[in-house]
Write a protein that binds this ligand. Structure first.
Ligand code: SF4
Length: 275
């Protein structure tokens, strides 16, 4: 019996196929690269994820990246359009779905103008999907309303970075410089859970003696590495920073030379040059 099973396993492996696809995780700004390997043995498919070297994550992947493919491949994924009829979803053809959408969108725009429809993209869209969504909004629908969820989490940061450093988000330094910082302030960010593959830069900084300050009302895995955790009340970040500024000016800690040079720094580094 044992030999027979081994024989079948051997045959299965002999006939198995493997297909590898280079891809990347879309779930956070680190954009870790990886390889998805599809193995097919005796009609059964299985998947494994291998990390690829990447200057930002240095080849690391977090749990989100390791499981990102399940969105596309999970057995519960809806693979065809479903229309609700009498309270129940029923399967319809793609042709019918397109006709239905066209009819409904046209009705709304005829009655209320082209801008009556807005388009909202998600953070996990690939570049290509985001491009197509933009085309769909501007050229097919002709609406001026298109946005994405980054507006809520990043637009304030982008405006502030533009005003302070002349860049739209990103870093003014390289990630590889982080371990050499003498003091690091993490304000309103939970890197350990949101960009886990960047944590080693901070732990290296800590090993090098960096003093880490985390500003967050909550206790998180990131606050665990803090030397000082400032638990501000939600909405009080500006008051805290104004307090910093007052002390810096009152106590004469302003580094005039640095302030003069900071505009130059903003021009040297673009946001895609942060590795
Ligand atoms: S850190 Fe995690 S969530 Fe972010 S891109 Fe890498 S694997 Fe994805």
């Amino acid at each position: 019996m044992h030999d027979l099973l081994n024989h079948f396993r051997h045959k299965e492996n002999e006939n198995g196929t493997e297909k590898a696809t280079d891809t990347q995780c879309p779930y956070c700004s680190v954009q870790c690269t990886m390889q998805l390997v599809e193995q097919r043995i005796a009609g059964r498919k299985s998947y494994k994820v291998l990390s690829k070297d990447n200057p930002t994550s240095e080849g690391r992947l977090c749990i989100k990246g390791l499981n990102a493919h399940q969105h596309a491949l999970h057995q519960d994924r809806i693979k065809y359009p479903m229309l609700k009829k009498n309270g129940e979803f029923v399967r319809i053809s793609w042709q019918k779905a397109m006709e239905y959408l066209q009819e409904k969108f046209s009705d709304i725009q005829r009655q209320n103008g082209v801008d009556a429809i807005g388009v909202y993209g998600g953070g996990s869209l690939t570049n290509e999907a985001a491009y197509l969504l933009g085309k769909f909004a501007r050229i097919a629908l002709k609406t001026k309303y298109i946005d994405y969820n980054g507006r809520f989490c990043m637009s304030a940061a982008a405006s502030a970075a533009n005003a302070a450093f002349g860049i739209d988000r990103g870093f003014t330094n390289k990630l590889s410089e982080i371990p050499f910082a003498r003091c690091i302030i993490l304000a309103g960010t939970n890197i350990a859970e949101c960009q886990p593959t960047l944590m080693p830069y901070l732990t290296r900084a800590k090993d090098n003696g960096s003093f880490i300050i985390v500003i967050d009302p909550r206790e998180t895995p990131t606050t665990e590495i803090a030397d000082l955790h400032l638990k501000v009340k939600p909405g009080m970040d500006a008051a805290l920073v104004n307090g910093f500024l007052k002390i810096i000016f009152d106590e004469g800690y302003v580094n005039e030379e640095f302030i003069k040079g900071i505009r130059g720094l903003g021009r040297i580094y673009r946001c895609d040059q942060f590795t």
